[in-house]
Design a protein around this ligand. Structure first.
Ligand code: FDA
Ligand code: NAD
Length: 426
């Protein structure tokens, strides 16, 4: 039993949705394209799951956040795929790939063949068990990657109303979930091993602003330690969290956000991997010329840094997917992917954007006791990264533009004095 397509996308997340949209814009014919996803719903904007989806009032629910509403474009509901002759094969996991035969095997026993394959399998959350702690399967321990996780998190949160929520991890999931849990009136404690939150990106000064803001909303922080075990009741529910520093925290629920691993296993030993992902060139094409990789799973040449990186953010998923489709359908008109890394988050009433790279020396600017402040990263005499909290659309565009230009900075005192004005004047 089998089906054949010209184009197959494996994975049905953000990158798959944007790739489908780009295929349609470029004139894919009916019956040429299929998307295979183990999820039960059409591609959606994953960022909604840790924000709007968790709100106590008027929470976001599908179909409101199907791709491509995140970039203010049309919403691709299941009807859209049908109308454009795109086969959406949902609830179907791809179990193996044979890149020499151009085939995929699904868990339902079907063989699907392709001329061109786009790998958009994203990533999976790291489990506590990978750090030697057991208990991930307990009914009140939550991870957050997909819709099933989000529904479960909402149910656990509602049944823990007014209770203690422990958030393990001080990265994106930790910060966004802690805010959502606090908005839902749980008593939230964040636990992470680093000296401050968002250690991969924030400076001590930015983190301190965020932690103070969180504390003002009732969130507590336990830093520099990790979870070593759980206490369980006779139903197998977690009742407390034990930390390496010896403390015990009573828990009605636990949310875990301790990083991800790209879903590369289908292609290990078949495609070249790098930085934990599938290595691709500036056309998002892998070591096999019939296979492209996009989104979280792709390690691509980031021109502005002059090196191959994997980026785990939605803007990159959207743009890398569009670029791959352009390179597939109009190769002669499509240059190398020239991407400026862009990360953002929104929590409580705060919101920030970051462009570029956070290496080198940092110079802060603006009013850290007010609402708008930021930082520039200078490396080898050039501006390479910009962060802004509480900016306007024009201000965010200005820091993006300035970072893209990578200007030489001769006088850092002047840069600090000008602050945001520097980017606005470029
Ligand atoms: P994505 O994970 O979206 O999709 C992968 C798809 O492949 C899934 O549908 C999965 O089920 C499927 N799949 C995997 N293996 C398969 C197999 N073998 N067979 C079939 N299907 C398979 N970023 C940002 O910049 N700002 C933000 O605010 C947020 N917020 C945010 C919140 C939450 C809760 C998460 C989990 C993530 C974010 N992100 C984010 C990150 C962003 O969502 C992420 O970078 C993109 O979703 C990546 O898109 P992909 O399509 O690569 O993977
Ligand atoms: P992350 O990499 O942002 O953070 C991981 C955190 O895990 C670290 O900051 C650290 O505090 C913690 N940690 C590591 N080892 C630990 C241990 N042994 N015990 C306790 N804590 C430990 O990853 P995440 O927060 O899990 O996010 C998952 C993915 O979702 C990432 O790809 C992220 O980019 C994406 N995401 C992005 C956004 C956004 O861009 N706004 C929002 C949500 C999720």
């Amino acid at each position: 039993m089998g089906r054949a397509f010209v184009y197959v996308i494996v994975g049905g997340g953000v990158a798959a949705g944007y790739a489908a949209h780009e295929f349609v814009k470029r004139g894919v014919s009916h019956g040429e394209l299929c998307i295979i996803s183990e999820e039960s719903v059409a591609p959606y904007e994953r960022p909604a799951l840790s924000k709007g989806y968790l709100l106590p009032e008027d929470p976001a629910r599908l179909p409101s956040f199907h791709c491509c509403v995140g970039s203010n474009e049309e919403k691709l509901t299941p009807k859209y795929y049908k109308e454009h002759g795109i086969e959406l094969i949902l609830n179907t996991q791809v179990k193996s790939a044979d890149v020499r035969r151009n085939t995929l095997q699904t868990a339902t026993g079907e063989t699907i063949s392709y001329k061109i394959l786009i790998v958009a399998t994203g990533a999976r959350p790291l489990k506590l068990e990978e750090f030697g702690v057991s208990g991930s399967d307990a009914a009140n321990v939550c991870y957050l990657r997909d819709m099933v996780d989000a529904e479960r998190l909402v149910n656990v949160m509602q049944s823990s109303s007014g209770g203690n929520a422990i958030v393990i991890g001080g990265g994106y999931i930790g910060m966004e979930c802690a805010a959502s849990l606090a908005i839902n009136k749980l008593n939230v404690t964040m636990v992470f091993p680093e000296a401050h939150c968002m250690a991969r990106l924030f400076t001590t000064k930015i983190a301190s602003y965020y932690e103070e803001f969180y504390k003002s909303r009732g969130v507590k922080f336990i830093k520099g330690t990790v979870l070593t075990s759980f206490d369980f009741n006779t139903d197998g529910k977690v009742t407390a969290v034990n930390l390496r520093d010896g403390s015990k925290l009573p828990a009605d629920m636990v949310v875990i956000g301790i990083g991800i691993r790209p879903n590369t296993s289908l292609f290990e030993g078949q495609l070249t991997l790098e930085k934990g992902g599938i290595k691709v060139n500036g056309s998002m094409q892998s070591s096999n010329s019939s296979i492209y990789a996009v989104g979280d799973v792709a390690a691509f040449p980031v021109k502005i840094f002059g090196e191959t990186r994997r980026l785990e953010h939605v803007d990159c998923a959207r743009k890398s997917a569009r670029h791959a489709v352009a390179a597939i359908m109009e190769p002669e008109k499509t240059g190398e992917f020239d991407y400026l890394p862009f990360f953002y988050s929104r929590v409580f009433t705060l919101s920030w954007q970051f462009y570029g790279d956070n290496i080198g020396e940092v110079f802060h600017f603006g009013d850290f006791s007010g609402k708008t402040f930021g930082a520039y990263w200078i490396h080898n005499g050039h501006l390479v990264g910009s962060f802004l909290e509480g900016g306007t659309k024009e201000q965010y565009e200005a820091i993006a533009h300035a970072t893209k230009l990578k200007p030489a900075i001769e006088d850092v005192t002047e840069l600090e004095r000008q602050g945001l004005g520097f980017a606005l004047s470029m």
